[in-house]
Write a protein that binds this ligand. Structure first.
Ligand code: UD1
Ligand code: MG
Length: 482
């Protein structure tokens, strides 16, 4: 166990986030595959706190349900009315039985770019210096709206945090701001919160007042300046949400590139935090990789593809494709313009080509479905070839049925496989067949009407037409050529 392991992390997530103008509570908005609060919890988890408490208030049923899904180990504390950040922390500590021995870290639920690394540094600084409180600060280009860090003119020590709305002219000029992230001594925090007043412009209990209270009582107050101010940015509206997404996405792509992945156009490539790569994978422009998507060594994806929860095998090629919950085998070839739906499993060196849709389909090694087909609820063996424009007719209007095609089959173009139906190993089917009965191994199935040519029909029924003239010309002996 690390010496800096905090007794608790308290995440403040009770606010409404009115500026999002949304039916969804602010902390549930998404970037790079996680909610805002999900990012904060992931960073907090890196501290391995003994307790993790999220203070909820606005739309708390939704927030609590979401927390249960993403991190069932978190505790929640209800702040029924949003009376300020100090009040919120008080509610959080109450959930833990009041004062806590050891370090309590407080973070806001709307700062998704904050890293576990920064939190660990803050906790380490706090413990090493023996502070009562350590605040994470940052120098920002525009301090509007933030609490200002007021330092002693001589010693440089932090003396207070003054909220923007309460600041005077010289304080407004300060560019060092309060990130909203703190490490506290748990017992001193509980004592000080009891002394916080509400005589400020917002009539709220400010957490930031704890700093001045502790300092006046003679305790050590410290600050840790974040290396990158963008990390502490709070999300208040959708413009800031998009900016944060851009920053986080760039961070993820940079990590991938440094680990040996080629991202041809970082500006048009979007990835979730949960996506993983092996070296020499290549991602072409206009590609979105989501969820548990994994690109194995040398896999090549894009351009213009969206893959969700999809595993792409080593050396496979996926071009202009939408895939959801699919598995693409090593050296397989997918697209352009394929749609792989859940339960698709494509074997080694297999091909799912242009305008092919698959669902709940296992496609064996080396099998090819090159063009214009729907393959739903099917198992196809190895090294078979499915003719162009084939449909696996899986739905009778009520139930779904399965089609099984063996290995080394050659099915003709424009076949309908009316499920349930089985085609044996090495069988062939004729083009244009509607296959309703099982085909034994090695047979040729022909299931279509016989062709009948009615000669001279056009000349009789459409006399004088362009077609009739063309036919007339074609029936003459070619002239001048021998
Ligand atoms: C707060 C800080 C400010 C800092 C800024 C950083 C205070 C008084 N001010 O200001 O110094 O620069 O964050 O972004 O702490 N919340 C609750 N319950 C409440 C009020 C807020 O849970 O009663 C939560 C919000 O959901 C949010 C966080 O606390 O996640 C911060 O609240 P917000 O209203 O955004 O505070 P700021 O005015 O931004
Ligand atoms: Mg804020």
């Amino acid at each position: 166990m690390s010496a800096n392991r905090p007794a608790a992390v308290v995440v403040l997530a009770a606010g409404e986030g009115t500026r999002m103008k949304s039916a969804t509570p602010k902390v549930l908005h998404e970037l790079c595959g996680r909610s805002l609060v999900g990012h904060v919890l992931a960073a907090a988890r890196e501290l391995e706190p003994e307790n993790l408490v999220v203070v909820v208030g606005h739309a708390r049923e939704k927030v609590v349900a979401h927390l249960g899904e993403i991190d069932p180990g978190v505790r929640t504390a209800v702040q029924a009315e949003q009376n300020g950040t100090g009040h919120a922390v008080r509610m959080g500590l109450e959930e833990l039985g009041g004062g806590v021995d050891g370090t309590v870290v407080v973070v806001c639920g709307d700062t998704p770019l904050l890293t576990g690394e920064t939190l660990k540094n803050l906790a380490a600084t706090h413990t090493t210096a023996g502070n009562a409180v350590t605040v994470l600060t940052a120098e920002v280009p525009d301090a509007t709206g933030y609490g200002r860090i007021v330092r002693d003119g001589v010693s440089g020590a932090v003396t207070a945090i003054v909220e923007h709305k309460d600041a005077d002219g010289s304080q407004l000029a300060i560019r060092e701001i309060n990130s909203g992230v703190f490490a506290f001594d748990g017992q001193l925090l509980a004592d000080a919160l009891g002394k916080v007043r509400t005589d400020n412009s917002q009539g709220e209990e400010y957490l930031t007042d704890v700093l001045g209270i502790l300092r006046e009582a003679g305790h050590r107050v410290g600050a840790s300046i974040a290396g990158d101010h963008r990390e502490i940015a709070g999300i208040n509206n959708r413009v800031q949400l998009a900016e944060a997404r851009r920053i986080l996405n760039d961070r993820l792509l940079t990590q991938a590139m440094l680990a040996g992945v080629s991202i041809i156009d970082p500006a048009s490539t979007w990835v979730d935090v949960t996506v993983t790569f092996e070296r020499d994978a290549i991602v072409h422009p206009g590609t979105q990789l989501q969820g548990a998507t994994h690109l194995a060594e040398g896999a090549e994806v894009g351009p213009n593809s969206r893959l969700n929860d999809t595993r792409v095998g080593a050396g496979a090629r996926v071009d202009n494709t939408v895939a959801n919950n699919a598995e693409v085998g090593p050296q397989a070839n997918v697209g352009p313009f394929a749609y792989l739906r859940p339960g698709t499993c494509i074997g080694l060196k297999a091909k799912v080509g242009t305008y092919v849709e698959t669902k709940n389909a296992t496609i064996g090694e080396g099998t090819k479905i090159p063009h214009l087909s729907y393959v739903g609820d099917a198992t196809i063996g190895e090294y078979s070839n499915i003719g162009a424009a084939s449909v696996f007719v899986n739905y009778d209007g009520k139930d779904k049925h399965h089609t099984t095609i063996g290995s080394h089959c050659r099915t003709g173009s424009d076949n309908m496989f009316v499920a349930p139906v089985t085609i044996g190993d090495g069988a062939y089917t004729a083009a244009g067949s509607v296959i309703t009965k099982d085909v034994p191994p090695g047979s040729l199935a022909v299931a279509r009407g016989q062709q009948r040519n009615i000669e001279g029909w056009v000349a009789r029924k459409r006399p004088g037409s362009a077609a009739a003239k063309a036919a007339e010309v074609a029936s003459r002996e070619p002239e001048g050529e021998a």
